[in-house]
Design a protein around this ligand. Structure first.
Ligand code: 13P
Ligand code: SF4
Length: 365
């Protein structure tokens, strides 16, 4: 039986890596030249401790292709007084080798609020970068590829939300964090997959609109007596999983444990041993240490957890998020060299959108 729980940090920041407060004289955007990306003995020496983190998921023969860019990014973070917030779906060389804070959407929003550095580089999709800007407007927020979108965020517009308000007067509107700031501005409160049930129940209303993810809303409806109305959005990655394929995996291997994200269709969730946010899924694996597990979510996450739990075998039906995969080491380096692409939000929209996100954050405090 699947359960959704409030989850706490699966990946803590690494001591020392984000303590950049001492950096001074942050260079202007055009002051930094593209660093050399040569594979040298010195680069090998300076990145050996990072390779150790990913050696079970990145073959040694491939490391020379990653290491010079990783070193250049880590050097530039110090020069720019920047931190990297990396979502759990980033590839292992980003997640384990340049990320300062790693986590699910809720954890990254909280970390963004606490960032002391001048620059946040968001390694995730655009709505995540917008959320960081909302949480910490004084910082420069960069996204390595401004085209990194999300099928859920694209499924609904501010006009759609205004239409829903008219059609359902008095019904509070909870927006999943996977929406644009302009959509958040039209909603009462935000939620993530880690806290959706709690957010809905905090409203004390008999009926609540949970938008735009039809499947997340259906999942919440199974966990509360509040009547849930929704929208027709879907995650293009999670909607591809089927209950049939999961049953086939169980038939081949009875002992396999199945852990799903709530963006999956209801019959897929019904097959899971646990359902939770990406960090909730990671925590479940680390707590239970199963012999074999299938993470029903974006496939880079299995690599990231596998690097830390070598005793577990990961079954990998690989569904990639094409948006998350737009974020690469080369683009992160360019973002730091050229200080692009900067995320900005119209102040009138930002003020209203921030209210919805802060309401959610304050609930947990
Ligand atoms: P999490 O908040 O669980 O990390 O989910 C974000 C997301 O986009 C999943 O597809
Ligand atoms: Fe959006 Fe799905 Fe990609 Fe997550 S995995 S960013 S919900 S398209």
């Amino acid at each position: 039986m699947a359960t959704l729980q409030m989850e706490s940090g699966a990946f803590a920041p690494r001591a020392g890596e984000h303590e950049l407060k001492g950096a001074v004289n942050v260079p202007a955007a055009n002051d930094v030249a593209m660093p050399s990306l040569e594979w040298t003995p010195e680069v090998a020496r300076q990145t050996a401790h990072l390779y150790d983190r990913v050696k079970t998921v990145i073959p040694a023969v491939e490391w020379p292709a990653f290491a010079p860019t990783i070193k250049a990014i880590n050097d530039l973070k110090r020069q720019r007084n920047a931190v990297i917030l990396a979502h759990n779906y980033m590839t292992p060389e980003i997640f384990h080798c340049v990320g300062d804070f790693m986590g699910d959407s809720l954890q990254l929003a909280r970390e963004a609020e606490a960032v002391d550095a001048d620059v946040i580089v968001q390694c995730g999709v655009h709505f995540m970068a917008e959320t960081s800007k909302l949480m910490n407007p004084a910082k420069t927020v960069l996204i390595p590829d401004a085209g990194a979108g999300c099928s859920l965020a694209d499924s609904i517009t501010p006009e759609d939300v205004r239409g829903l308000r008219k059609a359902h007067p008095g019904v509070p509107i909870v927006t999943y964090v996977n929406t644009s700031a302009a959509v958040k501005a039209e909603c009462d409160i935000c939620c993530t997959s880690a806290n959706a049930v709690r957010v809905v129940e905090s409203l004390g209303a008999p009926r609540v609109l949970v938008i735009p993810d039809e499947y997340l809303a259906k999942y919440v409806a199974t966990k509360t007596s509040v009547e849930i109305l929704t929208w027709k959005g879907r995650c293009e990655v999670h909607e591809r999983f089927t209950a049939e394929e999961l049953r086939a995996y169980r038939e081949t291997d009875e002992g396999v444990r199945i852990v799903a994200h709530p963006e999956c269709p209801p019959d897929v969730i019904a097959e899971a041993d646990f359902t939770g946010s990406t960090s909730g899924m990671i925590k479940w694996v680390k707590d239970h240490r199963p012999e074999k597990v299938l993470l029903v979510t974006e496939c880079s996450m299995s690599d990231n957890v596998a690097a830390e739990t070598p005793e577990t075998t990961f079954v990998r039906p690989c569904n990639l998020c094409p948006h998350m995969k737009k974020i690469t080491l080369a683009k992160i380096l360019e973002a730091l060299v050229y200080m692009k692409d900067e995320v900005t939000i119209d102040p009138a929209i930002a003020q209203r959108a921030r209210r919805a996100v802060e309401r959610m954050i304050n609930l947990a405090n």
